[in-house]
Design a protein around this ligand. Structure first.
Ligand code: UDP
Length: 338
């Protein structure tokens, strides 16, 4: 039977959260989005009610949980820029870790039963193996990864002490945009490879650099496991079904299980866009492991999740289409009115 109780989505106006909210809408779920719009966009919330506020605001969260009888929380709200987490660690511990703690305290008090948490492959740090399963040691090398790992630990401990059950999804390299063209990554000054390359291909920046060409990989550049945001969003809905069906707390990698090098990504962007990019070879970026790919057998087995867009050209095509559309929509330019 269809579940009609409302779910709370923190960070639902952001890149990944907004795709999940759209899919929740399609699935007929009632949704309350809590987002402070610091990096998210009002226009990205295609479904449900948007409440503008902070995840760490306990009075507000308590009120929302009670008012809407919420049993399930999907928690996306976080800062995600790794270099910024190095220069301003307390910002990350406040917004990612302390806010999650406050949110969890509210959830515990209100008897929330299900929690889906946006975690990250950054919890693995620089792993010994390049094909990583969920039992690999966690050893983040930056405050961003640590702020997320601490949240996983709080969830684990709270789940052990209460009836709350959770799924922590460790995202690998999320990319691409809504295949229907309504949503995508809109934050200015993005740093992620596919976004940056698509900005270059659409003339929003003059070119880009490859950070490191002397890695021990076949073409000397880093290998990453790029997952389409639409497939990732669907994993959240399946995690929700899993928890509502009585599933036990679990940590799951989200990736396809194979990767592409930086050069392969840039070749694909050039081929799909028909533009040649101004590419510069630069030094390695601090803290980049040579290769990171997800052992995704657990999520496939436990949730029955099957990727639909395991195709780099498709990921790039949707990202490029979104970049063109965003130039017209100009969400960031309209922010003043927010
Ligand atoms: N990268 C690059 N040039 C850029 C952005 C990224 O060469 O302008 C490389 C980066 O060094 C890494 C890969 O692309 O090897 C993916 O980086 P991204 O920042 O997208 O994600 P991360 O793996 O760091 O989470």
């Amino acid at each position: 039977m269809k579940n009609t109780s409302a779910v709370l989505v923190t960070g639902g106006a952001g890149y990944i959260g907004s795709h999940v909210v759209k899919q929740l809408g399609r699935a007929g779920r009632r949704v309350v989005v809590l987002d402070n719009l610091s990096t998210g966009f009002r226009q990205a919330v295609r479904h449900g009610e948007l409440v503008v506020g902070n995840t760490g605001d306990m009075a507000l969260v308590e009120d929302l949980l009670h008012k809407h009888g919420i049993q399930t929380v999907l928690h996306f709200a976080a800062h995600i820029v790794v270099p910024e987490s190095v220069s301003d660690p307390l910002k990350y511990y406040r917004n990612n870790t302390c806010s999650t703690r406050n949110l969890l305290e509210c959830c515990a008090a209100a008897g929330v039963r299900h929690f889906i948490f946006s975690s990250t492959a950054a919890v693995y740090g620089i792993p010994e193996n390049t094909f990583i399963d969920e039992d690999a040691p966690t050893s983040p090398i930056n405050p961003y990864g640590l702020s997320k790992l601490m949240s996983e630990w709080m969830l684990r401990d709270l789940a052990a002490a209460s009836d709350l059950r959770y799924v922590a999804l460790r995202y690998f390299n999320v990319a691409g945009a809504d295949p229907e063209g309504e949503l995508g990554q809109a934050t200015p000054e993005a740093t992620h490879l596919i976004k940056v390359a698509c900005e270059a291909a659409t003339g929003k920046r003059s070119g880009l650099a490859i950070f490191g060409t002397d890695y021990p990989t076949p073409d000397g550049t880093c290998i990453r496991d790029y997952i389409h945001v639409d497939d990732l969003a669907r994993a959240h809905l399946q995690a929700l079904d899993y928890l509502e069906g009585g599933g036990a707390s679990i940590v799951l990698n989200c990736g396809y299980g194979h990767g592409y090098s930086v050069r392969e990504v840039l070749d694909t962007v050039q081929r799909v866009s028909g533009r040649s990019l101004a590419i510069r070879e630069a030094d390695r970026r601090a803290g980049d492991p040579p290769a990171l790919t997800a052992d995704s057998r657990r999520i496939r087995h436990v949730l029955g999740w099957q990727p639909r867009h395991d195709d780099l050209a498709f990921i790039v095509r949707t990202a490029l289409e979104w970049e063109r559309r965003l130039a017209v929509l100009d969400w960031a330019g309209q922010r003043h009115g927010v």
